[in-house]
Design a protein. Sequence first.
Length: 591
Amino acid sequence: MTALDTSAGSATAPRDTARREGGTPTGSGGGTRADRAPKRPLSPERIAAGLTLVALIVLGILAVRDVGISLPAMLQSWGNAQNFLARVGGLSFPEPADLAWLIALTVGLVLVGTLLAAVLSVPIAYLAASNTTPGAVWRAAARFVGVLTRALPDVVLAMAFVLMFSLGTLPGILAIGIHSIGMISKMFADAIEQIDEGPRLAIRAAGGSKLQEFTAGILPQVLPSWVATVLHRNDINLRGSVVLGYVGVAGLGLEMSYAFKALNYGKGLGIALVIFVLCVAMEVVSSLVRGAMLGEQRHTRSWIDRLVHPRLRSRPAAPHPRAEWAATPQTAVRRPWTAQRVRHTIAGLVAVLVVVGSVAVSQIAWLDLFTFWAKLPEVAARFWPPSFGSYDALAMLEAMRETVAIALAATVLTLLPSLLLGSLAARNVAPTGAVRGTARLLLVGIRGIPELILAIVLVVITGLGAQAGVIALAIGGIGLLGKLIADSFEEVDRGPERALHAVGATRLQTYTAATVPQGTRALIGHGFYMLDTNIRAATILGIVGGGGVGYYLLNASQGSRYETVTAIVLMILVTVLAVEGLAMWMRKVFR
């Protein structure tokens, strides 16, 4: 062998050895490629999911174009706005005593309906959770019940219950309760699946029953998350109660519908302002309860939490020596009345009184719960079999397509503003506390405006059609999606962010390289949740002229053509099921 051959062989030997050992030759970067983080291979399913996501965004952009939203046209319609403001004159309100009663009635029926949904959601969530369900069939059935109740519009449920119980609060309570099961049971089940299995398995090993496993091993872990879910849903139901007034449910929504139908815009907007203030006040109260239940957990990181819970502004102090009262058998048997226990007891008593007061103020006709069964066959016969009646099937499908297009367009318009505002509202992204507080305040303010009220005002200004519905949903979606994005960004692992800060990365580089990549999966889930919400909301907005299938839903209900209402609801159900399946697939692929 020549010297050249020897040198060449000695030079290539390490490379061959490295290849055999799974490594790669050293490059100019000063390290081996084996030291670098391996790239995750792109599976065909992941590529298909990415292309589907891009296709949905493109369809949303095309839907925005088809709706024809343009700033010049909106500026030209400013004359309509001036005429509308001139007709409004000044805001007017009901008499103080009547207004106080309407507020109490609305809050009472919303709270009772939400609590009814929470109680019914517990067994459904237990069956739907993968770690507690008795079997796959039970889990599929429970998940289907959740999707079905989420797809049924609360206004349609209220229509049916008004036929059974006549006007009053009971139709609204039942409509809110059944419709809310969908979201609450899903969130309850997700919380059960994320528990620490140790306590439950320990109870099982000690011979505990299934009930003991649940009450002692599961419930203490999920209770804070469940409380937060119920409070969040209660806020949504308060805003949604506005539309129930249009089908005869008592409260502020019914009074507002009377005002707008009588063209008394001053009184209608006055009641709308009361609803807005009530929604913001409910947000503050919800934050108070969340802060007391969750303490330092991440779910409480909002500007209201810092305002009403000063103790959350800093790190928790070291436990006081007297806090170790449970360390001895004597104190464990007889728990002393500490200041914290007194506060919790008082809070519990207040909660019980609020619930009792809500039930009392709702004036539920309990006898109707036993007598309505006689009306059930007659009411069911009016809703079945489904039929489009005098409407053309192609026209109805086109209206459903328009509803989906409105939801897609609103979701696309919501994404960028929500991402910007939600990022500024996140503690680990906002440059200063003042910026974060301002962003959180804007999100709460936007979230407090019911989409139905926005749609009514926009219809008056811009005229009937999809444009008003898209703008109303887009504005309302910023408040919800922005909050979800802010919470998700605050919950990312801080390790990668600190590492980038340590090597001198700017705030923007840290945001794009660490915060956003970790929050991508949550962003996709929140985006599909927003699309799902917008599809159902677009149906409701059609009732006040926001375009889509809601127009036909209103006409069918007012004309007592309930078989057509059923056909429309079935179309909505199929659409929501398709979106739910797509969202579940996306979350699985991008896990």
